[in-house]
Write a protein of this length. Structure first.
Lengths: 294, 373
């Protein structure tokens, strides 16, 4: 007893409890902090033929083709994230109360998550390809005369990432939406609010913190896109994303310094976007989404 | 609290003109699958009246309220407001106010914005909205909390915001769904006064759902006693309290002793009934009953006389005190008799094990038909 009392810090926490954090801290240090710092170190070590500690960064930003990879990635990550939110928010709102057939509907939304990007890409190549079912149907119906190009280009990557990221965004938002006290909307109705006003003034603000988190997760995941940019994209052109640029620098040109510089740049952009989203979120209402005592 | 007296002096004793003439509810029915929640609920409400729907949980009182609000569509029946059917009107168009059991305050809006919500939906101008919000906030004494958020307020304060939010739009009818049941005993009394005061000041036609007989009796102009989705008795609190219409109503209104008996003889209003153990008691008939009918004799604990066992009176029943609960002014005794336990309230000083003699005043022992519930 006295031992425990003595080891209490001034916050009233038993000092020994901090030890419980040990394994987690070791894991974080080994898997995240060390590789990150190592990467920073490598990126600041000039490769042969370059001088100055920032030379790898300078080389990356100085080359128009390399620099364009940032824009190529943003051009994918931002629309996919927005599209996911635009579809998932109304769906989650619609499904916030248990519906008939809730389980099969949820399953349809969630299955893509279990398939993995490569399998989805494989399926897309046949389904959305020039001779695939999708184009065949469109042509049979007479909507188009020639097959649409939906794979091996920018659109293909958008579709593939949308399919891959949607379940995460949807499930996260469904959790937020169904956690909102249904009496709040009833109260809104009794106060004269129509369906749109109830969504706009009650449910949406209470879902906003969840929307912010979903946006951050979706952005980070799509910004790091690699396999689908290669498999269903146009890796030599419009979908030469930043992860691909880093990989080519490191493993095709064996310029580890530049590869690391690109990876660190990528991390910096992700952190900046996530920080901006979380800062915005911190200014929102984030309290309970129930209207009083339960 | 110190401001209560100052504000209370502003209560007008005259009721303001009600906003509606009358509300007519006819034959409302509602089933959830097999379960009949509301079975021909009909009631006429005068403008400005305070009506309580009283009954145990599952009696249909909340279903009735939800049908009135429009949040629930009844299977059958009609609701007329000043002669116009509103049963198909959407809740957001009914211009009714509602106070929810869990308050249902918008957690992301400040108190002022919560209260202003309904006025904003009605398209009331900014200046007028501001004035009216301040006015009701003053009425419920929450001016100093105007910029706080619901989570920062206590339960009683949250309930006052809910009241303010519901009345600020001057609803044609205000519906309250057990608004005090989440509050502790002391706050409940305080809020009861608050609700009474608001009703007296604003004269809003109010339908109040509760399972607490004390709340219903103290607040209402008329009490509607419900069970199994139907109305059992309607009347002013005094009448309902003194003259319950059935053994069921009696049981719900504080007649805690309900003794199964058989009618022995009838003489005008008076009846002699015989308990299961053969003890004969004299009571007042509350329905047409004849000798040999199964009946229930009901009496309130406070009407049962408790005397020392050596003090014999005609018709007194011997018993043994089993439990004593001290209640402050008096005590509640559980007395074991030959026909079961009797609850009695007395200011006498008894301890468990004491032998007593119980007296049942005939005018306070009400005899109801037995099969009635």
């Amino acid at each position: 007893m006295t031992g425990a009392a003595r080891s209490k810090s001034r916050w009233g926490i038993d000092g020994r409890l901090v030890l419980l954090l040990g394994p987690a801290l070791v894991l974080v240090a080994a898997l995240f902090v060390y590789p990150f710092l190592y990467g920073v170190g490598v990126s600041l070590t000039p490769a042969q033929g370059r001088e100055g500690i920032f030379s790898s960064y300078a080389a990356f930003f100085g080359d128009a083709r390399e620099r364009a990879s940032i824009w190529n990635t943003l051009r994918i990550a931002i629309p996919v994230t927005l599209a996911n939110l635009l579809v998932a928010v109304p769906l989650a709102y619609r499904m916030r109360r248990p519906l008939k057939g809730q389980r099969p509907i949820s399953a349809v939304f969630v299955v893509p998550m279990t398939l993995g990007v490569v399998l989805v890409a494989q399926g897309m190549l046949t389904f959305f390809g020039p001779a695939g079912w999708f184009n065949k149907t469109l042509m049979a119906v007479g909507l188009v005369e020639e097959p649409l190009r939906l794979v091996h280009n920018y659109v293909g990557v958008l579709i593939s990432l949308f399919i891959a990221e949607f379940p995460v965004v949807f499930l996260l938002l469904l959790g937020y939406a169904s956690g909102i006290d249904p009496n709040l909307e009833r109260a809104g109705r009794m106060l004269g609010a129509g369906a749109w006003q109830r969504f706009r003034r009650i449910t949406l603000p209470l879902m906003m913190p969840g929307i912010a988190i979903a946006a951050a997760l979706s952005f980070v995941a799509t910004f790091a896109v690699f396999p689908s940019a290669v498999l269903v994209g146009e890796p030599a052109g419009s979908t030469r994303v930043i992860a691909l640029a880093a990989w080519q620098a490191a493993y095709e040109r064996f310029d580890y310094s530049m590869g690391s510089a690109i990876a660190i740049t990528m991390a910096a952009i992700e952190l900046a976007v996530v920080a901006a989203i979380l800062f915005g979120r911190s200014r929102l209402y984030r309290g309970p989404s129930t209207g009083g005592k339960g | 609290m110190e401001r209560t007296t100052e504000k209370q002096s502003k209560i007008s004793t005259e009721r303001p003109e009600p906003l509606i003439g009358r509300l007519g509810i006819q034959g409302l029915t509602k089933s959830f699958g097999e379960k009949v929640a509301l079975d021909g609920f009909g009631l006429e409400v005068e403008g400005g009246e305070f009506i309580s729907l009283l009954g145990p949980s599952g009696c249909g009182k909340t279903t009735a309220l939800n049908c009135l609000s429009g949040l629930l569509e009844p299977d059958g029946g009609d609701i007329e407001l000043d002669g116009e059917s509103i049963v198909r009107v959407a809740p957001e168009k009914r211009r009714f106010g509602m106070v929810f059991q869990n308050y249902a305050l918008f957690p992301h809006l400040s108190i002022v914005r919560n209260v202003a919500f309904g006025l904003e939906m009605d398209g009331v101008g900014k200046a007028e909205t501001g004035e009216r919000v301040e006015e009701v906030l003053a009425m419920v004494r929450l001016e100093e909390h105007r910029d706080k958020y619901p989570a920062q307020l206590s339960g009683g304060q949250q309930q006052r915001v809910a009241l303010a939010r519901a009345v600020v739009t001057r609803p044609r009818i205000i519906l309250m769904d057990e608004p005090l049941s989440n509050l502790d005993a002391r706050l409940r009394l305080e809020m009861r006064t608050e609700i009474r005061r608001l009703h007296q000041t604003l004269g809003l036609t109010t339908i109040y759902v509760t399972h607490d007989q004390e709340e219903a009796l103290s607040l209402s102009d008329r009490v509607v006693l419900m069970s199994d989705g139907a109305i059992r008795q309607v009347g002013p609190p005094k009448e309902v309290y003194a003259e319950p219409a059935s053994a069921y109503a009696a049981g719900f209104l504080g007649y805690r002793n309900l003794l199964p008996v058989k009618v022995a003889s009838v003489e005008g209003e008076r009846a002699t009934v015989s308990t299961e153990s053969g003890v004969e008691l004299s009571g007042t008939l509350r329905d047409d009953l004849a000798a040999d009918d199964e009946a229930v004799a009901a009496i309130r604990p406070e009407d049962v006389g408790v005397l020392a066992s050596d003090h014999k009176e005609p018709g007194s029943v011997p018993g043994t005190v089993e439990l004593v609960e001290f209640l402050g002014r008096d005590s509640e005794l559980n007395v074991k008799t030959s026909f079961g336990d009797v609850v009695a309230r007395t200011d006498g000083d008894w301890s468990p094990g004491a032998s007593v003699s119980l007296v049942f005043p005939p005018e306070r022992l009400l005899v109801f038909p037995g099969e009635d519930r």
